[in-house]
Design a protein around this ligand. Structure first.
Ligand code: ADP
Length: 411
C-alpha cells in the first residue's frame, strides 16, 4: 500500500511517499518558504534514494505547494509513480487534537471542523495543518485522508499530571491543561524500546518503565509506563519543559507579567520572546543549533557552555522526576537530532545518574552509527540507555493504513 504522508507547517509542506508493503520510502521532500515572498523565492527539495533535486518555484500558498508535490511525484525523471491512482491514502500530521482526539481518525467534514476548533489551542500549527488537508484533498479527492495527532499518545496521562494548579474554572472554561506534543515520536521509540527490553531482558511490555527523550530543535521527555504515556514535559503549548533551540521551557510564571511590564511588551511580543528568542539561542546569544554550540564551546565561548550545561541539566532533572513518577526506570531512550547524534549531550545528561543504575559505555556512546539503533550502556548496567532514531512518518503511514483497513472492514 502506498501512503502519502503530509506535514504542513506555516510556510512549509513536507511530504513522504511510503510503500508500506516493502517499508520503502519511495520519495520525500519539502516545499519551503511557501507564501513568503520576501527576499528568497520558495523552493522545492525532492529526494529519491540518494538523488536530490532542489529548485526555485513560485508557491504563493499551500495549494500551489501541493500542486508542485503532485507534479514532482509524477515527473518523468524525478517522479516515482505513473498515476496518482497508485496512492491509496494520505496521512496528515495534525499537531493538536485537544481532548477529543485520542487516536487517529478518518477525516470528514466534521473532523475538519473539530481540527479548526482545536486551532484556538494551537494557533500556529492547526491552521496550516488544516490547509494541508484541504490542499491534498483537492488533488487526491477519491482516497481516504487520515489525521494523526501529536497529542494523541499523551491522552493516557492521568489528571494529577495534566491539571495545572490554577483555578479549576480555567480548565473547565478554556481547557487549559497539559496536552503534550511529539506524541508520534515518543510512541515510536517507546515501542522499539519495549520490544528490545522484552527480547533481551525478558521485561514484559506491560511492566516496562521507559523514559523517552526527544531532543531536536523542539525537545520533550515522556514517562512511558507499560506502553502508556503517564507524563510529559511539554504542556498546554510546546513551550513548557526542557530547554529547546529557541524555547525557554520551564520558568517561573511570574516572570511573564514582570517582563511585560519592565520591557513594555505586548502578549504577542512576550510569546515571541519565550518561543523564538529563548532557549539555546537566548542563553548563548548566538545560535539555536547544538552543533554550533559545540563549536563555540571548543573555542572557549562561556555563554555557549552555559547554554549546554543548562540544557543537559534540565534533561537530567526530568529523568529523575520521571523515574520517581514511575517508581523506577528500565530504559532511557535518546532520539531527535541531538539525542541521536550528540554523544557529548548524552554523556553530560547521564553523568550523575549512576545512583539510578545508569552506566553508559563511553566507547559505545561515541561510536553510534547515524540512523541505527544502539544500546550504549555497560553490559552490567541496571538501566539500559538506548539511542533510537525516530520515524514519525512511518507511524503516520502505518496509522493511516490501520484506520483505512478498519474503515474497509466496517463497510
Ligand atoms: P526538529 O526538531 O526541527 O525536527 P531535529 O530533530 O533535526 O530538529 O534536531 C535539530 C537539532 O539537532 C539541532 O540543534 C542540531 O544542531 C542537532 N544536531 C544534529 N546533528 C547533531 C550532532 N552531530 N551533534 C549534536 N547535535 C546535533
Amino acid at each position: 500500500m502506498k501512503v502519502l504522508v503530509i506535514n504542513c507547517g506555516s510556510s512549509s509542506l513536507k511530504y513522504q511517499l511510503v510503500n508500506l508493503g516493502e517499508y520503502l520510502v519511495m520519495a520525500k521532500g519539502i516545499a519551503d518558504r511557501v507564501g513568503l515572498q520576501l527576499y528568497e523565492s520558495a523552493s522545492l527539495t525532492h529526494r529519491v534514494n540518494e538523488r536530490v533535486w532542489k529548485y526555485d518555484v513560485d508557491m504563493p500558498d499551500h495549494y500551489k505547494a501541493m500542486e508542485e508535490v503532485v507534479k514532482v511525484l509524477l515527473h518523468p525523471e524525478m517522479g516515482v509513480i505513473k498515476s496518482l491512482e497508485e496512492i491509496e491514502a494520505v496521512g496528515h500530521r495534525v499537531v493538536h487534537g485537544g481532548e477529543r482526539f485520542t487516536g487517529s481518525v478518518l477525516i470528514d467534514e466534521e473532523v475538519e471542523r473539530a481540527i479548526e476548533e482545536c486551532a484556538a489551542l494551537a494557533p500556529l500549527h492547526n491552521p496550516p495543518n488544516l490547509t494541508g488537508i484541504r490542499a491534498a484533498k483537492l488533488y487526491l479527492s477519491n482516497i481516504p485522508h487520515v489525521a494523526v495527532f501529536d497529542t494523541a499518545f499523551h491522552s493516557t496521562i492521568p489528571p494529577h499530571a495534566y491539571i495545572y494548579a490554577l483555578p479549576y474554572q480555567l480548565y473547565e472554561k478554556h481547557r487549559i491543561r497539559r496536552y503534550g506534543f511529539h506524541g508520534t515520536s515518543h510512541y515510536y521509540v517507546s515501542r522499539k524500546a519495549m520490544k528490545y527490553l522484552e527480547e533481551r531482558f525478558g521485561i514484559p511490555p506491560l511492566d516496562s518503565k521507559i523514559i523517552t527523550c526527544h531532543l531536536g530543535n523542539g525537545c520533550s521527555i515522556t514517562a512511558v509506563l507499560g506502553g502508556e504515556s503517564v507524563d510529559t514535559s511539554m504542556g498546554f503549548t510546546p513551550a513548557e519543559g526542557l530547554v529547546m533551540g529557541t524555547r525557554c521551557g520551564d520558568i517561573d510564571p511570574a516572570i511573564v507579567p514582570f517582563i511585560i511590564e519592565r520591557e513594555n511588551l505586548s502578549p504577542k511580543e512576550v510569546d515571541d520572546l519565550l518561543n523564538k528568542r529563548s532557549g539555546l539561542l537566548g542563553i548563548s546569544g548566538q545560535t539555536n543549533d547544538m552543533r554550533d554550540i559545540e563549536e563555540e564551546i571548543a573555542k572557549g565561548n562561556k555563554r555557549a557552555k552555559l547554554a549546554f550545561d543548562i540544557f543537559c541539566y534540565r534533561v537530567k532533572k526530568y529523568i529523575g522526576a520521571y523515574a520517581a513518577a514511575m517508581g523506577g526506570v528500565h530504559a532511557i531512550v535518546f532520539t531527535g537530532g541531538i539525542g541521536e547524534n550528540g554523544p557529548m549531550e548524552r554523556e553530560a545528561i547521564c553523568e550523575g545518574l549512576e545512583f539510578l543504575g545508569v552506566k553508559i559505555n563511553p566507547q559505545k556512546n561515541e561510536e553510534t552509527i547515524k540512523g541505527r539503533e544502539a544500546d550504549i550502556s555497560e553490559e552490567n548496567a541496571e538501566v539500559r540507555v538506548l539511542v533510537i532514531p525516530t520515524n514519525e512518518e512511518l507511524v503516520i503511514a502505518e496509522e493511516t493504513r490501520r484506520v483505512v483497513s478498519l474503515m474497509k472492514g466496517s463497510v
